[in-house]
Every structure is written in structure tokens, then in C-alpha cells.
Design a protein around this ligand. Structure first.
Ligand code: 6GU
Length: 272
């Protein structure tokens, strides 16, 4: 069971997300609880204003400190030690799998969605423990980022993905991209499923998938390999093919690869 308290000016943005598919099921089964709090409810005055012009001039609006700090304080009585208040903002620390794994161990997280051109800096000093970004681009608000954090975290909570699926086995859990997947039919528009996947040889299949995961990562996200959990042998192979930056593959596979371009890319293949 994990609980997220979300502070937002647009709670309605979360509606279909919370009803749909795996997240919807986790909510109905009680494994996941999401409480939405409208920041506007903590604004004062007849017009419930939550933003204002920036001191020093410039374009856009800044979220006022009072409603945000009040909204966080309202959650204080039921907050336990170690439950972080997280601001979603493009200035935050990049959100990665390891952070999702850590969040998934917590009982409760408070997510604050910023809007407009940002929030008053004093909110960060007074009420925020951690600032998180989901990538190097700017969104119109933190709501989509909050859904990303909730989705990536909740699927790591035991039971959320359902029986027979383990997020621990995902190659991303080991710092690699996923290997290519196929389903029926065996041949589609002249392209055949790699023969090894039809062989029934589970050891060979596991080796092939591991090699493909390494190749895909080398081709598309070589930066991930720095931190990936590789065997000594795999590390050596990756280093070699990276230095060589050329094709290393065996003949049989090259034949197959001409029909299945896959992930060998320009940085070479890995032979295991
Ligand atoms: Cl967390 N918020 C906003 N507004 N933009 C972002 C982001 C967050 N992460 C990347 N861009």
C-alpha cells in the first residue's frame, strides 16, 4: 500500500489516469491511494488568487507562497517522519528508475505540482524536501510529471502489476533497455520472428535477450552502460565493441539481422 497526496490547481487532470488500466486497478484494490488537494482551496480572498507578477519584472506569473505553504501545512498533522514533500519542476533532479525504486519503499509521498513560470523561491525553502524533474524540456505544469512519478513508482509496489509479472526482472531494473519482443504471427509482412525464440531452449533465449538488451542499450543509450550492472565479461565486450565501434557479430546472426534490423545500430554488435 502506497499513498500519494497531490497538491494541484487542476485535480481534474488526474481523473482518467486514476481510472484506467493498471493504476485504476491498483486504486480499486486498495494497493494505491491518491488524494487530490486543490491548491485554490488554500488561497484567500474572494477571488482565491494563486499567482502574481514576478518581482523584478519579466513575463509570466509566479505561484504565490501562501496557498502552497498552507496546503502543505494542512497535511502536516497526519504526516510521519521520512515522508517527503516533492516539488515537480524542471529545475529538479532528473527522475530515474533508482528514485522510483526508493519512492516505492515509502508509505506516503506528497507531490506538489507547480504551474505558470514557477513558484516563489521561499516555498522551496520552507515546505519542500526535494525537487524532481522528469526530463530536459518544459511542461506547462507539474501535473503530467506527477502522474509520471506516480505511475513509475506504483508499478514497482508489490502486487500492482498483478501475478506473473515481476518488475525486478525487467532489464531496466538492471540499467539496460528492454530486448525486442515478438508475438504471433511468426511471419508478418515478410519479417520473421527470430528463430531462437521459437526454439523452446530457455537458456539460449535468455542469452539472446541479454545480448539484445546490451546491443540496444549500446546503440541507443550508451550513457546507461556506465551505471549498468554488467558481468566482467559483458563489461569487457561492451568496452571492446565501443572502442572498435564496428560490427562484431557471427555469420548466422548477421543473416538473420538483415531481416530484423533490431538494435545493432552504428555502434556495433555484441557477441556473447
Ligand atoms: Cl517536473 N515540471 C514542469 N513544469 N516541467 C518539467 C518537469 C516538471 N520536468 C520536466 N519538465
Amino acid at each position: 500500500m502506497i499513498r500519494f497526496d497531490v497538491l494541484t490547481l487542476f485535480p481534474e487532470m488526474f481523473e482518467s489516469f486514476l481510472k484506467t488500466s493498471i493504476i485504476g486497478r491498483a486504486v480499486s484494490s486498495g494497493l494505491l491511494e491518491i488524494r487530490l488537494h486543490n491548491i485554490r482551496d488554500y488561497a484567500s480572498g474572494r477571488h482565491k488568487v494563486t499567482d502574481d507578477v514576478p518581482y523584478g519584472g519579466g513575463s509570466g506569473m509566479v505561484m504565490k507562497p501562501e496557498p502552497l505553504v498552507r496546503a502543505v501545512q494542512a497535511l502536516e498533522p497526519c504526516r510521519e517522519a521520512g515522508e517527503p514533500v516533492i516539488l515537480l519542476s524542471p529545475q529538479g533532479t532528473p527522475f530515474r528508475h533508482e528514485r522510483a525504486q526508493y519512492f516505492a519503499t515509502l508509505r506516503r509521498l506528497i507531490l506538489v505540482c507547480g504551474r505558470y513560470e514557477g513558484v516563489d523561491e521561499r516555498v522551496k525553502e520552507l515546505a519542500i524536501d526535494e525537487e524532481v524533474s522528469i526530463g530536459d524540456y518544459v511542461l506547462t505544469g507539474g501535473e503530467l510529471a506527477a502522474m509520471v512519478v506516480i505511475d513509475a513508482t506504483a508499478r514497482l509496489v508489490p502486487g500492482v502489476l498483478g501475478d506473473g509479472y515481476s518488475s525486478v526482472e525487467e532489464s531496466f531494473a538492471q540499467g539496460l533497455l528492454e530486448y525486442p519482443q515478438y508475438t504471433r504471427p511468426r511471419e508478418f509482412m515478410g519479417r520473421r520472428v527470430p528463430a531462437v525464440l521459437l526454439s523452446g531452449d530457455h537458456k539460449k533465449i535468455a542469452q539472446w535477450r541479454r545480448r539484445k538488451a546490451l546491443e540496444c542499450t549500446l546503440a541507443k543509450r550508451p550513457d546507461l552502460l556506465e551505471r549498468a550492472a554488467l558481468s566482467e565479461e559483458e563489461r569487457a565486450l561492451v568496452d571492446t565493441s565501443r572502442r572498435a565501434s564496428r560490427t562484431l557479430g557471427d555469420q548466422a546472426d548477421q543473416h538473420e539481422e538483415s531481416k530484423h534490423p533490431g538494435c545493432e545500430g552504428s555502434r556495433g554488435r555484441i557477441e556473447t
